[in-house]
Design a protein around this ligand. Structure first.
Ligand code: FUB
Length: 325
């Protein structure tokens, strides 16, 4: 496969793909974009998604199979609106889906839903995860089996409402010269249903060892956190949101700190950029999305796949977000 992204589907809008290998296959857990008719704004109200489909692929060069609806908002008792980016982890014979949705007071929390199969259907727990907030959960499993959940997103993702450590209905960010708001990480509890410890900041440092600042909009965290491990190093990747880049930073353990290294994907057609990185049969793939197939409608996105390459020093070659296979 050449290093040019390829759309996976032309007949359904899907975004925010989180990919994992389960039972020797690639499984993809995206958002399911719909035409909601809600006007576009900075809180992302136009992303009014209502269910999740799950996809699988035997071969990254082949087709993706749509397994249909895995979880519907009507089956989540506490949900109000907006099912955004989800992820799935496996433990002890069960698959655990972590998903953000706004509650009936319009505040994002993370929910958990459980299934016997990666493709679902998933059954949601009656309440959100205790103490959970914001959006874009993803789960990393380390070589010793420990599971870490990463999450967070500013602006519409509401992370800024927790900048003092407790909820405040205030969407101001920190000042431009103050440290940026960082994604969050916590080990999951043994039963996979709760945070197993107090959440920590995923600190990203510049090459001088200083935390990235709020005003550093080309490098600071915005949303879509993801962790993968390559040759004993931990790669934390994320979207810079309003500057539309997918970036990465490297650390020595899942908590970081991580040192900023560069851009994985240049801006795509559309506003959001989001992703996951996964190894399958010895090659590494970036799953992401763009809005090309909807003619640039930011809320109607389509999943893509592209192989990524590492240089000898462990850096990742930047992919052109506009190139297509
Ligand atoms: O899909 C809704 C939101 O858009 C996601 O949660 C963000 O990461 C962005 O892709």
């Amino acid at each position: 496969m050449a290093n040019k992204p390829r759309h996976l589907f032309k007949d359904i809008y899907t975004a925010d793909p989180r990919a994992h290998v389960f039972n020797g296959k690639l499984y993809i857990f995206p958002s399911h974009d719909i035409e909601s008719g809600i006007p576009e704004d900075d809180t992302g109200a136009h992303f009014d998604m209502r269910d999740y489909h799950v996809y699988s692929m035997d071969d990254p060069d082949g087709i993706a199979i749509d397994h249909g609806v895995a979880l519907d908002i009507k089956d989540v008792p506490w949900a109000g609106r907006q099912m955004w980016s989800n992820d799935v982890a496996f433990k002890n014979g069960k698959y655990f889906m972590y998903f953000p949705v706004k509650d009936k007071l319009d505040i994002f929390h993370l929910g958990v839903a459980i299934s016997d199969k990666p493709e679902g259907p998933y059954k949601a727990l009656p309440d959100p995860m205790k103490g959970s907030f914001s959006i874009d959960p993803s789960v990393f499993t380390d070589d010793d089996g420990s599971k870490y959940i990463f999450w967070g997103g500013i602006w519409g993702g509401q992370l800024q409402r927790y900048k003092t450590g407790k909820y405040e209905n205030n969407d101001d960010l920190r000042k431009p010269d103050e440290p940026a708001l960082f994604a969050k990480v916590a080990k999951l509890s043994d039963d996979m249903l709760e945070f197993g410890e107090e959440p920590r900041d995923v600190v990203v440092l510049d090459s001088y060892g200083n935390p990235l600042k709020t005003g550093d909009e080309n490098r600071r965290f915005f949303e879509a956190p993801w962790l993968h491990k390559y040759k004993d190093k931990y790669y934390f990747s994320y979207s810079t949101g309003n500057t539309h880049l997918l970036c990465y930073a490297i650390g020595d353990n899942p908590y970081g700190p991580f040192i900023y290294k560069g851009v994985i994907l240049t801006p795509v057609v559309g506003w959001t950029t989001h992703h996951s990185i996964v190894e399958f049969k010895g090659k590494w793939y970036l799953f992401h999305h763009d809005s090309k197939l909807s003619g640039g409608k930011t809320w109607l996105r389509s999943m893509k796949i592209v192989e990524i390459s590492y240089r000898d020093d462990g850096s990742i070659e930047t992919i052109d977000g506009n190139a297509d296979e």
